[in-house]
Design a binder for this molecule. Structure first.
Ligand SMILES: [Zn+2]
Length: 333
């Protein structure tokens, strides 16, 4: 068992992806305008280049102060097993962008943004597993379901480096890939002040069983907010249809600076206007907090294949509905 397989995707293959129909001059010009590494950072990340360094990672760069706890010097054995099981990245055939207003599953470009990076892993779960590992595994499950549903142009967006810089790279990658839909995958935690202490596998750890559930975020500053909201509501409806409850704490005063307006109390869609990946992307963009990994009970569920299948199938169903002909005819809400 080698839990630290390093997967690197060739730049040439990725550079051709979704750019084939652009002129060479335009492609070169676009790459020159990108920040350093942007031209290859997104799709070319050395996904499993993990370290055992001690460090504190922000949960989300857009949520200052919402920091993760120090991660363990040695990864728990069960985490290593999970990472080894994730398997290599795979790139599908090159597609073309569908005509405006139409959605052909075979050519519809979906970016699945894996929240956080191997260097800045996001939240730390109640059992000391990094959020990044949860995000990556779930995103791969969603990718699999979408491709099985005919969405061949679904791509994982993996980014390297520190949190805030990675946000800029994510946006640049999605924009330059001319994606049709952007979905960022995360797992939830709580503000530090709500954390409680417990011991897991002999190590002092932190948890909060107070809140649980998924939540869906959009930015009212996204240039296509209405379509973003429409897709977010489809995702929320699918989660609800699976019997899942959404996280209600974001409206509570106890959340302080992390409070967000609830846009739909049926589906659990909140606005998170300032979040870079939702605001700066030039296509409909949604962030899914799939569930809480700081809640001890929910972490076990999020770690199960059953729950991953439920969420992955729900997202795929939402995308299918989003892409149905009637949506193309009616356009954004
Ligand atoms: Zn996150």
């Amino acid at each position: 068992m080698n839990p630290r397989r390093s997967i690197r995707v060739s730049g040439g293959t990725v550079a051709g992806f979704w750019f084939r129909r652009r002129t060479l001059v335009a492609a070169i010009a676009a790459l020159l305008l990108l920040p350093v590494e942007t031209g290859h950072a997104g799709w070319l990340s050395d996904v499993f280049k993990r370290t055992t360094k001690q460090g504190v990672s922000p949960k989300h760069a857009g949520r200052p102060g919402r920091t993760a706890k120090v991660k363990p010097a040695v990864k728990p054995a069960h985490q290593a097993t999970r990472l080894a099981a994730l398997g290599p990245m795979a790139l599908g055939p090159v597609g073309s962008k569908p005509a405006a207003g139409k959605c052909n599953p075979a050519t519809f470009r979906i970016v699945l943004d894996v929240g956080h990076t191997a260097q800045s892993e996001g939240a730390i779960s109640a059992r000391n597993v990094a959020e990044f590992a949860y995000n990556l595994r779930l995103a791969r499950g969603i990718e699999e379901k979408l491709k099985a549903a005919g969405f061949a142009e679904t791509r994982l967006l993996l980014t390297e480096g520190k949190a805030r810089a990675s946000l800029v790279r994510r946006v640049a990658s999605a924009n330059n890939a001319n994606a049709d839909l952007f979905l960022s995958i995360h797992h939830d935690s709580v503000p530090d002040k709500l954390l409680e202490d417990w011991e897991f596998e002999g190590k002092k750890s932190h948890f909060s069983d107070r809140f649980s559930g998924y939540s869906v975020f959009v930015s009212r500053s996204n240039p296509d907010f209405r379509t973003s909201l429409a897709f977010a509501e489809l995702v929320g409806k699918e989660m609800k249809a699976q019997g899942l409850d959404y996280a209600k704490q974001y409206t509570l005063p106890i959340m302080g600076r992390y409070r967000h307006p609830l846009l739909n109390e049926e589906t659990g869609v909140y606005s998170y206007d300032e979040l870079v990946v939702l605001r700066k992307t030039r296509m409909p963009a949604v962030l899914l907090e799939a569930g809480s990994i700081i809640n001890r009970d929910e972490e076990l569920k999020m770690d199960s294949l059953e729950r991953r299948n439920i969420i992955s199938s729900g997202v795929a169903a939402a995308v299918r509905t989003f892409c149905e002909p009637r949506w193309a005819l009616l356009g954004p809400l």
